[in-house]
Design a protein around this ligand. Structure first.
Ligand SMILES: [Fe+2]
Length: 259
């Protein structure tokens, strides 16, 4: 798994929104087809095979067992570890049954060389917004302390920074301020990466790189006050974590994946 330069290469896929039926459409796209197109595109890239796939939530749209089974069936043959966290549309119980054995892990962390990735659930039952609360914050505090001296990337579903989109920022991470207070107290944190927003962002907040990643299905129009779709195609994010703490990252758009 270790590369010659000891960097860690991750493929982030997010907001796959699969359904029980493979031909179900959502917001104009057949989500299973665009998901498969993204995976095919990734496998033709020189960065493939990656050390891990990071799936940052909204894996299934209709909370169906068949949706999670199809997600697993598409990824398992790739022979790459898959780390997942739930999004607001997910069923964490089903994820716990289907995405936790073999090469699949739900939550927890990925430790590799100089880096650790902490997988943080922001799922709140019955809510579109996300939250942490005292127990998850305490878990994050302990995880960060346990990896002091390493470079850290925190992965979560909901966005902890405003995207400048009124409707979307209404379903963001609710306790973002306490989250950032904790991050600010841990200088080892190099980056925070999320899904949920169906659009790409790459900016600095103090010394921490904040990244959001387009969905493998339809995208939201950046900066829109009200819900609106963007016409960008399916996407994904390559993340290379270098031993010196550098994050090299790029969003790939998969034209032709729309179906
Ligand atoms: Fe979401």
């Amino acid at each position: 798994m270790t590369r010659k330069d000891s960097s860690l290469t991750i493929l982030q896929i997010t907001d796959t929104h699969l359904h029980a039926a493979a031909d179900s459409r959502m917001r104009g796209v057949t989500t299973h087809a665009t998901f498969l197109a993204v995976l095919e595109h990734a496998q033709r890239d020189p960065r493939w095979p990656v050390d891990a796939i990071l799936a940052t939530g909204d894996i299934v749209q209709d909370e169906s067992r068949a949706g999670y089974e199809r997600f697993r069936a598409a990824l398992e043959p790739l022979g790459v570890p898959v780390y997942s966290i739930p999004g607001n549309h997910d069923d964490p119980k089903l994820m716990g049954e289907i995405l936790t054995s073999g090469s699949f892990q739900l939550g927890g962390e990925l430790r590799h060389g100089a880096w650790s990735i902490v997988l943080l659930s922001t799922f709140l039952a019955g809510e579109d917004a996300g939250g942490l609360g005292p127990a998850r914050l305490q878990g994050l505090r302990q995880a960060l302390a346990a990896h002091a001296g390493q470079h850290l990337l925190v992965a979560m579903h909901h966005h902890p920074l405003p995207m400048g989109s009124t409707w979307l920022d209404g379903v963001a991470l609710r306790d973002a301020q306490v989250f950032w207070d904790l991050i600010d107290a841990n200088p080892s944190v190099r980056g925070v990466v999320c899904g949920h927003v169906h659009q790409a962002a790459d900016r600095m907040r103090k010394s921490v790189r904040f990244l959001s990643t387009p969905s493998t299905c339809a995208q939201f129009l950046p900066g829109s006050e009200f819900f609106a779709l963007d016409d960008r195609p399916a996407g994904m994010r390559w993340i290379q974590l270098h031993a010196d703490g550098r994050i090299e990252t790029e969003v790939a758009w998969v034209s032709g994946a729309r179906s």
